[in-house]
Design a binder for this molecule. Structure first.
Ligand code: GRE
Ligand code: ZN
Length: 326
């Protein structure tokens, strides 16, 4: 399929580049090049595999792991200016998500506003919880201090991409002796799914009914668990005791959009489309950690209808991000 749009596609700047090295130390020269390159190899891969546009974002965990608040604010600004400069060179091929210093909710709100209103960014991509002031102070965005931030996200009418990061070493005892479970194999999804469910359970979406959240990797495992999350031994009639008014599935289907990033498996795609509706699933790769060619070849040949391929490959993203393409 020509004209695809991909939206979990990462770029690193000098201060965040090192964060990705642990995920590909054995192929670092190649991974490093892919992360800092925008207009050369990346654009070539897009041309070769029918991707008209990538929405760029910073690598992970990047800003979220900079516990010094002032530095987090400064590096986010530096990253967003760098992303904006790349988009300016090829606005027909690239758009961008804002990196945000969530360590300071007011600064994050101001930076998102600047990025959307002045730089033309189409949303935000945040790498999970933030470490604030000290490395072990882990903060999730369902907490009350983030409500003014969410009010602004809603008012700006831009989607918020909740992207994975690893849990901190202090919080990973269940993985002891099984480091292979960390990162994209498992822990990224487990961590991100819990964060998304925390947002739901906190009542955030009752307070802000127009928020739009994007999850990668076909929903970080949540779609296959939706029935069970709300089911809970139905005959016992034990309702959720949480702050939200409705069941989890209600909010997930109303406020969340999923991408195929790093999850090129047709049964999982079909399941996501079945649970969410084909309007809420969008093609993505997860460059540079995944290959554009592999993702594109899989998607182009996946056994889904052509009308759905068009929606997932292109039209849903144009609508959600209000992209101005010819
Ligand atoms: C990602 O961005 O999803 C990612 C990383 C590091 C390794 C693998 C991966 O940030 O999918
Ligand atoms: Zn990613």
């Amino acid at each position: 399929m020509q004209g695809k749009i991909a939206l979990e596609e990462h770029v690193a700047i000098e201060p965040t580049l090192g964060d990705s090295q642990v995920f590909g130390a054995h192929v670092w020269p190649e991974l490093r090049h892919r992360l800092i390159d925008v207009q050369d190899t990346r654009l070539g891969e897009m041309d070769k595999h029918g991707i008209e546009m990538m929405i760029l974002s910073l690598n992970a965990p990047a800003i979220q792991a900079i516990h010094d608040i002032k530095t987090a604010i400064a590096v986010a600004r530096q990253a967003n200016d760098a992303l904006a400069a790349e988009v300016r060179k090829r606005p027909d091929r690239f758009a961008s998500f804002a990196a945000l210093p969530m360590q300071d909710p007011e600064a994050a709100t101001a930076e998102l506003t600047r990025c959307v209103n002045e730089l033309g960014f189409v949303g935000a991509l945040v790498n999970g919880f933030s470490q604030i002031s000290t490395p072990d102070n882990v903060t999730y965005y369902d907490l009350p201090q983030y409500r003014p931030f969410w009010r602004t996200v809603e008012a700006l009418d831009v989607p918020f991409y909740l992207h994975p990061r690893n849990p901190l070493p202090d919080w990973t005892r269940q993985y002891e002796g099984h480091n292979w479970l960390l990162g994209p194999n498992w822990a990224f999804s487990a961590e991100t799914a819990v964060h998304a469910l925390r947002l739901i359970g906190s009542g955030l979406f009752d307070e802000h009914p127009r928020l739009k959240i994007v999850l990668g990797h076909l929903g970080e495992g949540i779609p296959v668990q939706l029935w069970r999350i709300d089911g809970r031994n139905g005959w016992m009639k034990a309702p959720h005791k949480y702050a939200a008014k409705q069941g989890v599935g209600h909010y997930f289907r109303k406020h969340f959009h999923l991408t195929t990033s790093g999850n090129f498996h047709t049964p999982s795609l079909v399941n996501a489309m079945t649970e969410m509706g084909p309007e809420r699933v969008m093609f993505s790769v997860d460059w540079p950690f995944e290959d554009v060619g592999e993702g594109a070849r899989w998607f182009d040949g996946a056994a889904i209808g052509e009308a759905d391929r068009r929606k997932v490959g292109r039209d849903n993203a144009i609508k959600l991000f209000k992209l101005k393409l010819k």
